[in-house]
Write a new protein. Structure first.
Length: 421
């Protein structure tokens, strides 16, 4: 338990489309209900609602109105707010920085860095602070990797610059996932730097980069990425698709996860709404171009099945809004899982009439929900199947994955049960 009093309310800031500085959108309060469970309340500020350029925080739970919104899901934190908070790795860094083993949900939001995903911010002052201008530079990757490795080993970073060292890592606590990461900057803009772990079965950074390249060759829209090798160690850099560099600073895109879109709980035990089909239906209600984004989601579902990406949970999908309108974000966090079974593999989310079964017939069973005719859906599955089967090895090796690692992951691609009736 935390050794200090937890925060119970804060202001929520937002960077409006095309702007580089935040305004105050509303106030969030987190209390407990009679059973001791988290209960969250949010209300938009009256002055914010009167702005000519006002936008909703998200298109699902926090639509524009003067109402007081309440939620008991996700420990009382609205999905869009939780999406702007730290992931597992970020929470670990924040706990290390705070010197306590656990914080309250609101404190994780307040202690997260300015480079959080999306366009939201949190603070105790009614007026938002000026945007932080300092970001880690790509030339600091070696130092960042050393810090990450020390944190993974549960070591204290004992240097004369301990606080500054922790701050370096606190600049990178967003964008989802449990892998060690930081946000870095170069002349092109901001990137998420993802580091390998000592217990990785293969060179994860190179394999993940190769999967993004393979997905792109299959017609999937993916985040830009590249590999940097620092002191003999590979680092994966993924371009921040929710940021755009301008002469005035960075503009920010609003962003919500697939988990928020389908109003789902995070734990695997409560994943009855973890569903591509449901996600497609909800997506069609809120995006500007559903005839583009729903078929794109079908492609991603198919690709995940073809490479046995069994970690395709709702947090690994997102919507973004660069202007007023929402759209499916580029794909990210795509990794293969070379498990033994050749008969049956399950995705993390339901894909069709046979639940989570990563099988072509199952994927096709709900094609209409993705705004595809049966003939179109079958062509997509057939073409992607043949392309992955024919090119995965060359693409993987072409991105610097070793022959040994390629051999380890080869069982992930187009497993036998995928095409069985």
């Amino acid at each position: 338990m935390t050794s200090r009093k937890e925060s119970t309310e804060c202001f929520v800031y937002i960077t409006l489309p095309g702007q580089t500085e935040s305004v105050t959108a509303g106030r969030f309060e987190l209390t407990k209900d009679r059973r001791g469970n988290g209960l969250g309340r949010f209300v938009y500020g009256k002055s914010y609602l009167t702005r000519a350029d006002v936008v909703a925080i998200d298109p699902v739970e926090l639509k524009l109105s003067g109402d007081t919104y309440e939620t008991a899901r996700l420990n009382g934190v609205f999905g869009a707010l939780r999406d702007a908070g730290p992931d597992y790795w970020g929470r670990r860094v924040i706990e290390k920085h705070a010197g306590v083993p656990q914080l309250g949900e609101l404190d994780y939001l307040l202690n997260s860095a300015d480079d959080r995903a999306g366009a939201l911010g949190f603070g105790l002052g009614q007026q938002p602070p000026a945007p932080r201008r300092k970001f880690n530079k790509t030339i600091e990757l070696a130092r960042l990797q050393q810090i990450a490795e020390a944190l993974m080993r549960e070591e204290d970073v004992k240097t004369e610059e301990a606080a500054q060292v922790q701050d370096l890592m606190l600049l990178g606590t967003s964008m989802g996932g449990a892998r060690p990461k930081a946000v870095v900057e170069d002349n092109e803009g901001l990137w998420v730097a993802k580091f390998n772990r000592p217990d990785d079965r293969w060179n994860n950074t190179r394999v993940e980069h190769a999967m993004l390249e393979l997905a792109k060759s299959c017609g999937v829209s993916v985040a830009a990425s590249r590999i940097e090798t620092i002191a003999g160690k590979d680092v994966l850099l993924i371009k921040r698709f929710d940021r755009e560099k301008t002469e005035r600073g960075y503009t920010k895109s609003r962003m919500i996860s697939g988990l928020t879109l389908v109003r789902a709980e995070e734990s695997a035990e409560m994943r009855d709404r973890w569903s591509y089909v449901l996600m497609a239906e909800e997506l069609r209600r809120v995006v500007k171009e559903p005839k583009r984004d729903a078929p794109e989601l079908f492609r991603r579902m198919t690709f995940n099945a073809l490479i046995s990406n069994l970690d395709d949970h709702p947090r690994n999908h997102a919507l973004i809004a660069r202007e007023r309108e929402w759209q499916l974000s580029p794909a990210y966090d795509i990794t293969p899982s070379p498990i033994i079974s050749q008969d049956h593999r399950d995705l993390a989310m339901e894909a069709g009439d046979q639940g989570r079964f990563a099988n072509a017939k199952n994927l096709l069973s709900q094609h209409a929900r993705f705004l595809l005719e049966e003939k179109q859906a079958k062509a997509i599955v057939s073409e992607m199947t043949e392309h992955v089967r024919a090119t995965w090895y060359d693409i993987v090796r072409g991105q610097g994955v070793t022959e040994k690692d390629a051999e380890v992951i080869k069982g992930a691609f187009v497993y036998e049960g995928f095409l069985r009736e």
